[in-house]
Structure formats: structure tokens, C-alpha cells
Ligand binder design. Structure first.
Ligand code: AMP
Ligand code: MN
Ligand code: MN
Ligand code: MN
Length: 286
């Protein structure tokens, strides 16, 4: 049997149930084709793709973990917490996620108003054409609309010019509290993982506070190897995982064949000195 860190795991990706462009079935098929052995679909704030993902994992011969990526506000910034291996019928988790999704529609209207002020009309209706799940309208859907209507050449430049802090289509939003998100996941029998810590732009003090609070609330994992990290960040967050005695996770954060830099299942292995988070989840792997 191969060492746990050498298993091709992809424990972070998205489907049309949130802001990906492929169905859960198509994501599973693509993952399996790329050699993924252990897979989780982690749609934003939403469990609606889990039944389809589970069936598709089985159909494609992959081991499977339930997954979700929860939006959290910490130190006035948006932080993402991935949940893995939980019971998706847990009522507190279901109710918590419903509350996180709640403000998205109103936020989207406000984003559209902000864009209208700089001359971009009808962005709400435009974005809606890309939405697979009306409960989950996200900035990614606006980005796709602004690319297809010729405002920007690619989604990255839409985010840079219009959808990030201080830009006309950005609307500050209160997501879940870190403690709540971690508690929902852990109480539902899963493991909580800090998603792509290199992306938040925190000072080292803020980052220390995030890791410390996360651990105190019951979190046990952090993404080290992710499509959102550079190779230098693989090393930085491997060290952080060891310092905070957190297990390490790995996931492409794949959203779309046309937009994602890193494809499903193509990331390098975790180094052998880290404990893979899937070792903590052995009895929850399906
Ligand atoms: P939301 O949850 O509506 O705030 O949307 C967040 C999503 O936007 C993330 O999950 C990413 O998929 C996407 N996103 C954020 N920043 C960027 C970026 N700079 N370029 C492309 N996509 C981004
Ligand atoms: Mn996303
Ligand atoms: Mn994320
Ligand atoms: Mn993601």
C-alpha cells in the first residue's frame, strides 16, 4: 500500500451548485480521468450537490468524502473554511449554511447598483444567466457576465477592476463567524480545514490569530497544497501546519476548464513529514 501522503486526493473543487461551470457528475468524471483517488466536492455554503457527487464518485471508482466551503468573516476579511467528512443531514449544519446563503441575493442587487454607477447596466440580470443555483449568486457569476459582455478580457481582470475591496462592484458582507462555521462542521462529525491561507493578505499577527482561534474552536486541518498557493507558499504553510500541529489538506479549487489555472488532480503530493487530513477521516471515507 502506498504512503497516505502519496494518494492523489483532491479535496477542494466546485460545481454549478455554487460557482463552478461543470455539473457534479462532470467534475467527478474529470477528476477520475486525471487520476484522483479520493475526492470531495466543496461547493460554497451549500450541500445541494452532495448526493450527486457521492453517486458520481462511486460511478467513477473514486473514494469520497462529503465537502463544503463555508464563507466566514474574520478580522474584517472573508476567510473560507472547508468542511470534510461530515454528516450532511445534520440539522444545525443545514440551518447554519442556509443563514450564510441568506444575504447573497440582496448583496448581488447592491453589486449591480454599484456597477451601474460606473456605467455597467443590467449586471444583475446578466450574472443571473450564469447562475446554476438561485440560492447561490456569487461574484464569479458577475465576472463571467462582464467577460462575455466584453467589459474585461478575463475573470481575473474583472475581479481586479470591479469586484474586490474598494472597487465599484464590491459590497462588504458579513458571513458566518469562524467559531460557528468550525462548530457546525465538527458537531456534524467532520473535520474543519482553513482554505488557501495564502490568499487572505493577513499580517502575521492576524494570521496567527486566525490559526490560534481556529484551533481553539476545534479545527484540525489547513490547506497546504492548493491551486491558490505558489510553490513558496506550499513551504510556508507546511511549516505553519507543523507549528500549529494541524493536518494538511490538498485541493485544486477547480471551478472551470476555461478559468482554473490548476486542473483537478494535478497538484504535487504533500511532503511526507505532514499528516494528511484524510488520515483523520479514515472512518468517514466512503
Ligand atoms: P463570493 O463568494 O460571491 O464572494 O465569490 C467568491 C469567489 O470568487 C471565490 O470562491 C472564487 O471562486 C472567485 N474569486 C475570488 N477572487 C478571484 C479572482 N481574483 N479571480 C478569479 N476568481 C476569483
Ligand atoms: Mn469560488
Ligand atoms: Mn475559497
Ligand atoms: Mn473554493
Amino acid at each position: 500500500m502506498k504512503a497516505a501522503n502519496l494518494i492523489n486526493a483532491d479535496l477542494h473543487c466546485h460545481s454549478v451548485v455554487s460557482d463552478g461551470t461543470l455539473t457534479p457528475e462532470a467534475v467527478a468524471e474529470r477528476a477520475a480521468k486525471n487520476g484522483v483517488e479520493l475526492w470531495a466536492l466543496t461547493d460554497h455554503d451549500e450541500l445541494g450537490g452532495i448526493a450527486r457527487a457521492r453517486a458520481a464518485a462511486k460511478a467513477n471508482g473514486m473514494k469520497y468524502l462529503t465537502g463544503v466551503e463555508i464563507s466566514v468573516t474574520f478580522a474584517d476579511k472573508t476567510v473560507h473554511i472547508v468542511g470534510l467528512g461530515f454528516d450532511e443531514t445534520n440539522p444545525e449544519l443545514i440551518a447554519g449554511l442556509a443563514s450564510v446563503r441568506g444575504g447573497r441575493l440582496e448583496r448581488a442587487h447592491e453589486m449591480s447598483d454599484g456597477l451601474a454607477k460606473v456605467g455597467i447596466k443590467g449586471a444583475f440580470d446578466g450574472a443571473l444567466k450564469y447562475v446554476g443555483n438561485p440560492d447561490l449568486i456569487s461574484r464569479s457569476h458577475f465576472a463571467r457576465h462582464l467577460v462575455s459582455s466584453g467589459v474585461c478580457p478575463d475573470t481575473n481582470s474583472v475581479f481586479r477592476k470591479y469586484l474586490t475591496e474598494g472597487k465599484p462592484g464590491f459590497v462588504p458582507h458579513r458571513w458566518a463567524k469562524l467559531k460557528d462555521a468550525v462548530t457546525w462542521i465538527v458537531e456534524a462529525g467532520g473535520e474543519a480545514v482553513i482554505a488557501h491561507p495564502g490568499r487572505y493578505g493577513f499580517s502575521s499577527n492576524e494570521e496567527y490569530a486566525l490559526f490560534t482561534d481556529f484551533k481553539n474552536f476545534g479545527g484540525r486541518g489547513v490547506e497546504v497544497v492548493t491551486g491558490s498557493h505558489s510553490e513558496a507558499e506550499y513551504v510556508i504553510y507546511a511549516d505553519m501546519a507543523k507549528e500549529f500541529k494541524l493536518a494538511a489538506s490538498k485541493g485544486s479549487d477547480f471551478h472551470s476548464p476555461d478559468e482554473s489555472r490548476i486542473d483537478l488532480g494535478t497538484l504535487p503530493d504533500l511532503v511526507g513529514s505532514l499528516q494528511p487530513v484524510w488520515e483523520l477521516l479514515e472512518d468517514r471515507i466512503e
